[in-house]
Design a binder for this molecule. Structure first.
Ligand SMILES: CC(C)(COP(=O)(O)OP(=O)(O)OC[C@H]1O[C@@H](n2cnc3c(N)ncnc32)[C@H](O)[C@@H]1OP(=O)(O)O)[C@@H](O)C(=O)NCCC(=O)NCCS
Length: 177
């Protein structure tokens, strides 16, 4: 496929792999695992509605991710470890004109460098598969771990903007031409 997504022969497409992580498309059966992650208050403090989510909300979210992957070849994909266990999600939001990098890691796996590892790989994926499309990121003021990840993978902070009522730090990646 032109977007670099490789069909596996199994049901999932593999988008990319790093030494410790694999990014894949979703299956309906992933709802329980993602709901475990999205029902944790600390994990959700700075994302989506800022609160734990119900199983129904997670079902609708996975439907959305599956539709986006099928329709345009990019979304927020399933993030799995070397044993193919879900450890979060990562990918892109935004529009075709300006994509926003996004990542979320299961709380038991924080502090191991996983967000940095997948963010770095996503920057490379974007550079290869979305040539000329600006890449930015928003991190809520107070989400210092996320801002640190963005700095570590080369983003520059350019200002602040409000998103869904939350004041966010705005980052852009400088090397996307
Ligand atoms: C933010 C998040 C993705 C970080 O994941 P992670 O795998 O723990 O991140 P990493 O280990 O790769 O790197 C975290 C960095 O932030 C630093 N950090 C962690 N907590 C911090 C804090 N409270 N203040 C400042 N820096 C912090 C770490 O020390 C590390 O930097 P270092 O390598 O220079 O020491 C994770 O906490 C998460 O999923 N949070 C919930 C979802 C979320 O907020 N997603 C981002 C939305 S913008």
């Amino acid at each position: 496929m032109s977007n670099g997504v490789m069909p596996t022969g199994a049901q999932r497409d593999v988008v990319l792999s790093t030494p410790r992580l694999t990014l894949t498309s979703w299956l309906v059966e992933d709802v329980a695992a993602l709901h475990e992650v999205h029902s944790d208050p600390a994990t959700m403090e700075f994302v989506r509605n800022g609160r734990p989510e119900s199983r129904g909300e997670v079902e609708r979210l996975i439907d959305q991710y599956m539709d986006e992957h099928a329709a345009r070849g990019w979304t927020k994909w399933r993030l799995a470890d070397v044993d193919d266990q879900l450890v979060g999600r990562a990918g892109f939001g935004g529009s075709s004109d300006s994509r926003g990098i996004a990542y979320l890691v299961r709380r038991s796996h924080w502090g191991l460098g996983l967000a940095t590892e997948i963010a770095e790989a996503l920057v490379g994926w974007h550079r290869e598969h979305a040539v000329g499309v600006p890449l930015r990121a928003l991190a809520a003021v107070g989400n210092d771990a996320s801002s640190r990840v963005l700095e570590k993978v080369g983003f520059d902070e350019v200002g602040r903007e409000e998103y869904d009522g939350t004041v966010c730090r705005v980052f852009v990646h400088p090397n996307m031409d």
